[in-house]
Design a protein around this ligand. Structure first.
Ligand code: GRF
Length: 230
């Protein structure tokens, strides 16, 4: 049975698009069963509709507090009985109850090389600090904001001429390779949260997470070996 995936967004949804495109040829393994936004005008909702995916908009402004909004959001997500919930530019801090409810099946993508630069304005902060590299990270979501076990990161180098915009564009390109990779590991049953540690193929992932380049090299080598075996 296909892994049922719900994606939460607040904005443009380029990561959502990367996930949709990646799953399109193999919907028997994983299927995005709903895209939910806290903003009714999020462009990502149009991307989902264009792909024939059900959408819901649930405005946090219609709820008196965070706990009640999160409870309502939780109920809407549960209607779709997801195996996996992906935060893809969902710009809300989630309550501990929400996070606990989806324990082990809630992932986020963050635009920095975590644990550096949790929170907002990550590109500006990396530039201000004079960093030579930056990137994005996929992690399991726990109660600590951007602080759950790291899974995999995509690095980009920072040049002297980089601006916030040019850096954002480079980071985004990496994100579009990174999130589908982590999603597929989960779909294949290779990625799990065990005793609060991210594990791949039953082995704990190092605390700093894996590196996308290494994973893609491994994948190419694996494909090569398979081809030779045939
Ligand atoms: C991405 O940079 C992601 O890392 C962050 O929000 C942004 C979403 O971009 N959490 P998009 O809406 O997927 O284009």
């Amino acid at each position: 049975m296909a892994c049922r995936i719900v994606v939460l967004i607040s904005g443009s949804g380029t990561n959502l698009q990367a996930l949709i495109d990646d799953l399109a040829p193999r919907s028997e393994h994983g299927q995005i069963v709903a895209v939910i936004s806290n903003k009714a005008d999020a462009f990502g909702l149009q991307r989902a509709q264009a792909a024939g995916i059900p959408t819901r908009a649930l405005s946090h402004r219609d709820y008196p507090d965070r706990a009640l909004f999160d409870q309502a959001l939780c109920n809407v997500i549960d209607e779709f009985a997801p195996d996996l919930v992906l935060l893809a530019g969902f710009m809300r801090i989630l309550t501990a109850d929400f996070v606990r409810h989806f324990h082990g099946r809630l992932l986020n993508i963050h635009p920095s090389l975590l644990p550096k630069y949790k929170g907002l304005h990550t590109h500006a902060r990396a530039l201000e600090a004079g960093d030579r590299e930056h990137g994005s990270t996929v992690h399991f979501v726990t109660e600590e904001l951007d602080g759950g076990p790291l899974i995999v990161s995509a690095r980009v180098s920072i040049n002297a001429t980089d601006t916030e915009a040019s850096l954002a564009a480079k980071v985004q390109q990496g994100e579009h390779r990174l999130y589908p990779l982590a999603m597929n590991w989960f779909i294949q049953g290779r990625l799990r949260l065990q005793d609060n540690r991210a594990c791949l193929d039953g082995q704990p992932i190092p605390e700093q997470g894996l590196d996308l380049e290494d994973c893609e090299t491994d994948k190419r080598e694996h494909a090569h070996v398979l081809q030779q075996d045939q």
